[in-house]
Design a protein. Sequence first.
Length: 160
Amino acid sequence: MFHRRVLFVALAATLVSGCASMSSPKSVADTIAATPSLSTLNGLIVKTGLTPTLQGSGPFTVFAPTNDAFKAVPAKTMDALAKDPAMLRNVLTYHVLAGKVMSGDVKNGPVKTVNGASVALAKAGDFVTVEESMVQTANIVATNGVIHTVDRVMIPPAKK
């Protein structure tokens, strides 16, 4: 009887610690990396060296284009981004706001992105848009911000 009880306690402790590690909070960067539908975005974040920034204290709001959104970008544009790391970084930071903006907190109007340009946010009922992109999945909470998946890759205006 004693051995079964010890075995049960050991098994319970293993299950509890395993569950704790599975649900441990993750940064914006780590959450994106763990989301299969954001694997293209994750690869680009890694390529541009933005991972440490998005693992930082933040808070950040990321409008994260899905893999399907990247597939819709013309091949010529993707090739140009692949060859120009500064331009790629500019595009990626155009999808990031400094601060945590939950979908319920969205106010209609322009908001400055991390790259310095502004994007137009709009909310109608439960629908949120950023520029021409529709938020598909809202409020993916991370330890240092929030992620909203979007259906388009936004290209920032040319800098003057």
